[in-house]
Design a protein around this ligand. Structure first.
Ligand code: GLN
Length: 496
């Protein structure tokens, strides 16, 4: 019985809750038991939040009994360790913030709490969201529930793995270059990155402020769409948040793809390093969409090759500035027995930051320094504009863009950690969407070699509803609902 309760969608769980067949407390208990059983292997969670879930489940049960349940009443949620929750240790996956308890809850999380969600815990991620495998966590790596010897993707790997392994019904992540969509693809769940500005970033520990967006992980497109609609919308605490109506993300999204033009960028379709099995899964998806009445059109994003380089200038430049505040004085870790304040700063930062974070702070500082600013940062910003224009031109010819989310399936833990460039290449198909500020989703699209493949759908600015519409039509026609994994030792041991 309890395992049945850990593979539900929001819609299924809400129905049982409203019928009175189960209580929110039952739903939480089932999930906590599941976490106790599978998380020692998966390691999706950094911390569990018992006090919070007890109170929130209690509130939800009371409201459900009274008949005034909110849309997420009683739904268990996991939150990535970069989103501040009042009184809950929040560390961005970093030792430098160990022990930091935010004095406030960020807007997106607060809105989901108001909508009735019940927080189970804080999920693991790459340190300050820098990575594609969750191996850069300052604590421990998370394991892919479909094959425990492989990575779950990153940086929001803990959130993706938690939903995939039945340890939460929904989860929140953040996406700066692909960190929601790529782990969703590798774990076989739905992951959605909204248009830049759709969701307030207030209370998000910043990595690269012009790229970061918060978004949901879920087991169905409907669940992702509902969750997004509840956290979107203007927030006076984030001046980049848009005042467009949150509910527009749901406009007409059940209408199907008949008559829609779906663009396949040739640079994405034949991207370097794409695995044959991934390509075959995408071909099959395109065929299904076509059968549903969509027209598949050839489009081009000619500056794709420059995207990775531009991203790896802009993101480190912004991070070097954002991370300057972690100095051992204001937050978390502090190396106080230094002879002077400058030495205290540098000892704290050397000890508290991991290798990848230090690499990016150095690269970013270099790119912004006088004499190099024009050659690197300014140039990268110009390339960013060209990439945005590529998308604008493509959307003249099509309503949405479809591709693989990741060129490969989940790779073995440790296989890319010595080679940063091969790790960076995980994001070639996702980071263009961040540079251009566009909405995108990854939905389960079959398997290659027994491991999940993700189909990415990108839409024009503010076109979340278009993205959901294509994704939902595909989900329905393909019957590729996200399944819950039973974590077992690697069936692929010794390969790859
Ligand atoms: N993997 C990319 C990086 O390391 C993207 C990370 C993200 O989206 N947060 O920067």
């Amino acid at each position: 019985m309890t395992d049945d309760l850990t593979s539900l969608t929001i819609q299924e769980a809400s129905r049982l809750l409203r019928l009175g067949s189960i209580s929110s407390a039952d739903l939480v208990t089932a999930h906590v038991e599941r976490i106790e059983r599978v998380d020692p292997q998966v390691k999706a969670y950094l911390r569990l939040t018992q006090q919070l879930w007890e109170k929130q489940a209690d509130d939800a049960d009371r409201k459900i009994r009274r008949g005034d349940a909110e849309p997420l009443a009683g739904i268990p949620i996991a939150i990535k360790d970069v989103l501040c929750v009042r009184g809950v240790e929040t560390t961005a996956g970093s030792q430098i913030l160990r022990g930091f308890k935010p004095p406030y809850t960020g807007t997106a999380v607060a809105r989901l709490f108001e909508a009735g969600a019940v927080m189970l815990g804080v999920t693991n991620c790459d340190e300050f969201a820098m990575g594609s495998s969750t191996e850069n966590s300052g604590y421990f790596p998370t394991h892919n529930p479909w094959d425990l010897d492989r990575v779950p993707g990153g940086s929001s790997g803990g959130s993706a793995a938690a939903v995939a392994a039945g340890e939460a019904i929904i989860a929140l992540g953040t996406d700066t270059g692909g960190s929601i969509r790529q782990p969703a693809a590798l774990c076989g769940v739905v992951g959605m990155k909204p248009t830049y500005g759709r969701v307030s970033r207030y209370g998000l520990i910043a990595f690269a402020s012009s790229l970061d967006q918060i978004g949901p992980f879920a087991r169905s497109v409907d669940d992702a769409a509902l969750t997004l609609s509840l956290m979107a919308g203007y927030d006076p605490l984030d001046s980049t948040s848009s005042d467009r109506a949150a509910m527009e993300v749901l406009n007409n999204y059940g209408a199907g793809v008949k008559g829609m033009r779906l663009g396949v960028p040739r640079e994405y379709y034949d991207v370097q390093g794409i695995e044959a099995g991934v390509k075959a899964a995408i071909d099959a998806a395109l065929f299904i969409l076509q059968k549903q009445g969509a027209e598949i059109v050839d489009v081009s994003l000619p500056h794709t090759d420059y995207g990775l380089a531009a991203y790896y200038i802009i993101a480190p430049a912004e991070c070097s500035s954002n991370l300057a505040r972690f100095d051992g004085v204001r937050y978390g870790l502090s190396e106080v027995d230094a002879p002077n304040i400058t030495e205290e700063y540098s000892r704290t930062r050397r000890k508290g930051f991991g290798t990848e974070v230090r690499r990016r702070v150095m690269l970013g500082t270099y790119a912004l320094s006088s004499g190099y600013y024009d050659a690197y940062y300014l140039k990268a910003q110009k390339v960013r504009t060209l990439i945005k224009r590529d998308f604008d031109a493509a959307f003249e010819k099509c309503d949405a863009i479809v591709s693989a989310t990741s060129p490969t399936v989940a790779f073995p833990i440790g296989s890319k950690t010595q080679d940063p460039l091969s790790m960076y290449l995980c994001d070639v198909l996702t980071l263009g969407g961040n540079l251009a500020g566009l909405p995108g989703i990854s939905v389960p699209c079959g398997t290659s070699n027994g491991l999940p493949v993700g189909l990415q759908v990108l839409g024009p600015q503010w076109g979340e509803n278009v993205v959901f519409r294509v994704a939902r039509a595909y989900e329905e026609a393909s019957e590729m609902k996200a399944e819950v994994a039973t974590p077992v030792p690697s069936p692929h041991r010794g390969e790859g």
